[in-house]
Design a protein around this ligand. Structure first.
Ligand code: GDP
Length: 368
């Protein structure tokens, strides 16, 4: 499963957000190194379309698709040199597919700030610098190897020389604390870096963690504005939320949530935005299977063809794929049943080359 790592300096609200997200485990406490083990939470992806389809079909089960979040422990200044939990957590970042960077925008004198005062852009720089330093180490190690290999003759030697050019370029960027994702690299250059799993090459989404008092005033909040400007420069997204309140919302019984949200001036939990944006960041999309037994959302990559989409359900479906019956979720909702959609001529039969679209309702035919 694809996963998103939650990073940030201590006491910015990572665990609070993670707890809200997974509503499981991980104690939030006012202490820098409390989140020692990486915590993994599987979070349902909120999807109105699935809700509507389920309301129509009334299946026995409604199963949303999910996304994995990993709470990554205490990144601090000096981490790349082994400070705090040092290298241990950096390895955890290496394994995730995208990064959710939590920035503290809330002021609370009862919550210590490890860097002295609240300054989300500085915090972001501290974290990125550590990650750049770690990447620098990785790139330098590889560089040494490539350098040795340049002495080989023939194709291997040529490849090593070409590699060295890319590594030098990336190293120069990292030396000036420019993240790999912000460096303008060609796809060939990226290919050289692929198996290095560089930390600063992962797509990033920022969370501006504000206090409850700031809700509804985000647009005039100077700290939120600074975060937005900073993120815009690198083309990254920002979700603004109050982690502490998000955690509270998750504690409430389901039926009390809408009223609570309304009184807080929210139309939906901020968590929903986090999950949706994270999903987008990873280049993921959703198709549905709709039946009386279950209505279910499935995750695929943009560009996946019908057999691959079938393979998400079961590898047999992919291997034995014959064809797929496809309709748009909007059509199913509008006409009320598959047969009605068919009568309108809107039920298509698609083959192996069909690129599945976000919001397709699929029915697969396959050999076993
Ligand atoms: P982590 O070290 O980044 O995982 O931070 P935690 O989630 O453990 O939060 C550190 C402290 O900040 C805890 O006491 C939280 O209750 C508090 N905190 C987290 N989010 C908020 C928030 O939105 N508002 C306020 N006032 N406190 C928060």
């Amino acid at each position: 499963a694809l996963s998103i790592g939650i990073v940030g300096l201590p006491n910015v609200g990572k665990s609070t957000l993670f707890n809200a997200l997974s509503a499981a485990g991980a104690q939030a406490a006012n202490y820098p190194f409390c989140t020692i083990e990486p915590n993994v939470g599987v979070v349902p992806v909120p999807d109105e379309r699935l809700d509507k389809l389920s309301a129509l079909v009334k299946p026995l089960k409604k199963i949303p698709t999910s996304l994995e979040f990993v709470d990554i422990a205490g990144l601090v200044r000096g981490a790349s040199k082994g400070e705090g939990l040092g290298n241990q957590f950096l390895g955890n970042i290496r394994q995730v597919d995208a990064v959710l960077h939590v920035l503290r925008c809330f002021v609370d004198d009862n919550v210590t700030h490890v860097e002295g005062g609240v300054d989300p852009v500085r915090d972001r720089d501290v974290v990125d610098t550590e990650l750049c330093l770690k990447d620098l180490e990785t790139v330098e190690k590889r560089r040494e190897r490539s350098q040795k290999n340049t002495k080989m003759g023939g194709k291997a030697g040529d490849e090593a020389k070409a590699e060295l050019v890319v590594l030098d370029k990336v190293k120069a960027g990292l030396d000036s604390a420019i993240t790999v994702r912000a460096q303008k690299l060609t796809s060939d250059e990226r290919a050289v870096l692929k198996d290095l799993f560089l930390l600063t090459d992962k797509p990033v989404l920022y969370v501006a963690n504000i206090s409850e008092k700031q809700i509804g005033k985000e647009d005039s909040d100077p700290m939120v504005q600074r975060v937005r400007e900073m993120a815009a420069k690198e083309g990254a997204g920002v979700v603004v939320l109050a982690a502490a309140m998000e955690a509270e919302i998750q504690q409430l019984p389901e039926e009390e949530r809408p009223g609570f949200l309304e009184s807080a001036g929210l139309t939906e939990p901020g968590l929903h935005k986090v999950v949706r944006e994270g999903y987008k960041l990873l280049g993921l999309q959703t198709y549905f299977t709709v039946g009386e037994q279950e209505c279910r959302a499935w995750t695929i990559h943009k560009g996946d063809k019908a057999p691959q989409a079938a393979g998400v359900i079961h590898s047999d479906f992919e291997r034995g794929f014959i064809k797929a019956e496809v309709m748009r979720w909007e059509d199913l909702l509008k006409y009320g049943s598959e047969s009605a959609v068919k009568e309108k001529g809107l039920l298509r039969v698609e083959g192996k080359e069909y690129v599945v679209q976000d919001g397709d309702c699929m029915h697969f035919r396959f050999n076993v």
